[in-house]
Design a protein around this ligand. Structure first.
Ligand SMILES: [Zn+2]
Length: 330
């Protein structure tokens, strides 16, 4: 087995034998393999001449201005595994030995299947919600509660804005709530919905573009539902819609498990519909992968590594030096 090193410099860099693999690199590496886990800007960060990524990631990144000269979905000893985070998101298994999850989700929802766990020696995992308090309710219960809120508002003629980031969350919201009528969406959401449709995933029907509807003066005919990118309720866009039409805002984020989330974002309601694993899903995933060594990254990386060590795994937050580690794990 070739000795491998895992460092953080241009993304996460794995050197193994005479090979170097750059995971979600920040800039084009001079040589080696560049892997891009999914099309969010904090992962698909730079245009590249050649990339290892899913077809969906290459397409969605291209729609957002990140261009790849060519892409391939597999390579010798490099296997892409479904990560369930957004359409096209993948983890990477290297030599059946090192597994990088990227952002991932341990529950199926809407048109996405849950992440595939696989046995490995070394697991490099996203731990955004790696704190024991971070437990999400079921997707079904969230959808049911949101439908009840919308029904109540509709019965009183009050329009609603559903907010989630334009790529990923907005399509999940579109999938679950497009049965409301009339249903509007902003241009940026419609563009990503259309990109999903091109990739064979229909995320809802009957949408009309918000700007067009506004120009036609139809917003006075209340109620309606608008799907829009996440924004602060105090921003000028939302404020003007509140003043003119009395809209109620509903935000979707895993962070909505925190009671103060809604007030911190100045929204009327917030629901925990997340595109990440919750704490229990993270633990289950680790057990299924059964790795000898684990590196945690993002979010509560230190807390989660500490928890893993308590339950018998050899875990470290990625990129911390030995001195810092002794501070964390005394
Ligand atoms: Zn992401």
């Amino acid at each position: 087995m070739a000795v491998s090193t895992i460092t953080r410099s241009n993304g996460i860099v794995i050197s193994k034998g005479n090979r170097t693999i750059f995971l979600d690199p920040t800039h084009a590496p001079p040589s080696g393999t560049a892997f891009v886990s999914h099309a969010h800007f904090d992962h698909a960060r730079t245009s590249l001449t050649e990339v290892l990524a899913s077809r969906e990631t290459a397409f969605l990144a291209g729609k957002r201005g990140i261009k790849y000269g060519s892409f391939k979905e597999s390579a010798p000893d490099l296997k892409l595994l479904d990560a369930g985070h957004i359409l096209g998101s993948r983890g990477l298994l290297i030599d059946e030995e090192i597994f990088f999850t990227g952002d991932f989700v341990g529950r199926s929802r809407a048109f996405l299947k849950k992440a595939i766990a696989t046995k490995c020696e070394t697991l490099i995992m996203d731990t955004t919600f790696g704190r024991s308090e971070c437990i999400f309710p079921s997707v079904e219960s969230v959808v049911e509660r949101v439908n009840r809120v919308i029904a109540d508002l509709f019965s009183r003629g009050i329009p609603v804005i559903l907010m989630g980031y334009a790529l990923g969350k907005a399509q999940i919201i579109s999938h679950y709530f497009s049965h409301w009528d009339p249903i509007y969406a902003t241009k940026s959401v419609l563009e990503m919905n259309e990109a999903h449709s091109v990739l064979g995933v229909r995320v809802g029907e009957g949408f009309r573009e918000f700007d067009e509807v506004m120009k036609q003066g139809l917003l006075d005919r209340r109620p309606w539902v608008l799907i829009a990118p996440m924004s602060n309720g105090n921003g000028s866009f939302i404020r003007s819609l509140k003043e003119k039409y009395g809209v109620v805002t509903i935000a979707f984020s895993g962070w909505a498990i925190e009671p103060k989330y809604a007030s911190s974002r100045s929204v009327d309601f917030a629901f925990p519909l997340s595109d990440h694993c919750d704490f229990n899903e993270l633990v289950t995933f680790v057990k299924e992968c059964s790795p000898k060594k684990i590196y945690t990254t993002n979010g509560f990386a230190v807390e989660f590594a500490r928890h893993l060590r308590r339950i018998g795994f050899d875990a470290y937050p990625l990129g911390r030096n030995q001195k810092e580690l002794s501070d964390y794990f005394d």
